[in-house]
Design a protein around this ligand. Structure first.
Ligand code: AMP
Ligand code: GLY
Length: 425
């Protein structure tokens, strides 16, 4: 079977790598892909903002399966469009993807279904906002309703700064496009866990849990990014807690979407805050996380394509996933200046030596092949990923490989997973 992957980041590189290992797969095509993906799959240029262009690629390629990586094509209805043309596709419909594409929808949905989440107010006007803000004790979290590539959440220390941020979202000053709705939310405290599940619309099975490091700076300081590194271990979520999240959050969400005639088929990514009052939903994503996927797929022993097909066909109740025991970690190397502005086009060296470190896979987030030279081409450039029997070893391997890699302005955090290593059980 030929598999088409839509996307261009580290997540798509990891998906292509995992798909290629499936005994069912004869060819992997990626649109548009990147310099690293081009080493293992045929890449076809496409604009991920252009629904018709993506449909044309799929129609021309006639893949046996299309996997949608990022949220933007989901928000445009790529899954609906391919299904209408009789093409098999893994991912949620536009209606189901609203769990990610509208925070207002997600918050009201959580409330309708009594699923734990931060207290909130959804405001559609400046007047509503000014009334609602009085109900919150600072710090106040202000969120854009729509997709914002990680830039739509502002933590405000006073009511005045919350109002200013919310007005900035309404006017379009903060994100470029004006927001129709803004969410105000109480600030939650605790550890974040990325709890990803496969869903077939009725049943869910969890993937290995992961923890993302969203801030640019060591010790979780500085602005939010798309994710600077993750780790995944067997022990980061106790079995009782995992079952609780499954039964009280993941399953009710999938049941709720089915009851509302928008069955969710795809990866349900539940961003959890493990608070003193128990796990609470921070956000939903309707897709694989990036860089969670890089670390998690490195631990997956089962055939990914079979699992995705079981989701599409409603067979997850009979499906079990096998995981390599131990741990994995992904350390992201970015361009100097990211998440602000940065320069690209610098030659990358040392990838061969880095890949020799045992247990290491290097997934490219933003690279381009020009002639026979790999150049930096994004804010996040590489995800150096390693698996090992313990988290200490996985991190040591990832950092050993990272030390081999060079390009102008390379930046990475040295403390991925450290909080977990120093925490007493
Ligand atoms: P979101 O786009 O909703 O996932 O938010 C992005 C990040 O902002 C989350 O991963 C958290 O680190 C942070 N965040 C969002 N909502 C809250 C909240 N209510 N309390 C604390 N942190 C939050
Ligand atoms: N790593 C967070 C995300 O994929 O949204």
């Amino acid at each position: 079977m030929k598999v088409l992957i839509l996307g261009s980041g580290g997540r798509e590189h990891a998906l292509a790598w995992a798909v290629k290992r499936s005994s069912r797969v004869t060819e992997v095509v990626c649109a548009p892909g990147n310099g690293g993906i081009a080493q293992i799959a045929r890449c076809i240029p496409v604009n991920l903002k252009d629904l018709d262009a993506m449909v044309r690629v799929a129609e021309a390629e006639q893949p046996g399966l299309t996997i949608v990586g990022p949220e933007l094509p989901l928000s445009l209805g790529i899954v609906d469009a391919l299904q209408e043309r009789g093409l098999r596709v893994f991912g949620p419909t536009r209606a189901a993807a609203m769990l990610e594409t509208s925070k207002g929808f997600a918050k009201r949905f959580l409330q309708r279904h009594n699923i734990l989440t931060a207290n909130y107010a959804l405001c559609a006007s400046a007047a509503e906002l000014e009334k609602a803000v009085e109900m919150f004790h600072p710090p106040i979290v202000v969120k854009a309703d729509g997709l914002a590539a990680g830039k739509g959440v502002i933590i405000c220390q006073s009511r005045n700064t919350a109002l200013e941020a919310a007005h900035g979202l309404f006017s379009g000053k903060l994100l470029g496009e004006p927001e129709q709705q803004v969410v105000l939310e109480e600030l939650l405290h605790g550890d974040e866990i990325s709890f990803m599940c496969l869903s077939d619309g009725k049943h869910v099975i969890p993937l290995a849990p992961a923890q993302d490091h969203k801030r640019i700076g060591e010790g979780d300081t500085g602005p939010n990014t798309g994710g600077m590194g993750v780790y995944s271990t067997d022990t980061m979520l106790e079995p009782g807690m995992k079952d609780w999240v499954l039964h009280h959050i993941a399953e009710p969400t999938v049941r709720g979407m089915a009851d509302e005639d928008a069955p969710f088929v795809g990866v349900l990514y539940i961003g959890l805050m493990m608070t003193a009052r128990g796990p609470q939903v921070l956000e939903f994503n309707a897709r694989f996380g990036d860089p969670e996927t890089q670390a998690v797929l490195l631990r997956l022993e089962s055939d990914l394509v079979e699992a995705l097909e079981a989701s599409i066909d409603g067979r997850l109740a009979e499906t079990e996933l096998r995981w390599t025991p131990g741990a994995s970690a992904c350390v992201v190397a970015s361009s100097s200046g990211y998440p602000g502005s940065y320069a690209t086009g610098f030659p990358i060296s040392g990838l061969g030596a880095a890949a020799q470190v045992p247990g290491v896979q290097i997934f490219h987030s933003g690279s381009a092949q020009v002639g026979n030279q790999l150049l930096t081409a994004g804010g996040r450039v590489l995800g150096v990923t390693a698996a090992a029997p313990s988290l200490e070893e996985a991190l040591a391997r990832a950092y050993e490989a990272m030390a081999e890699i060079h390009y102008e302005g390379i930046y990475y955090r040295h403390d991925i997973g450290h909080r977990s290593l120093t925490r007493k059980p």
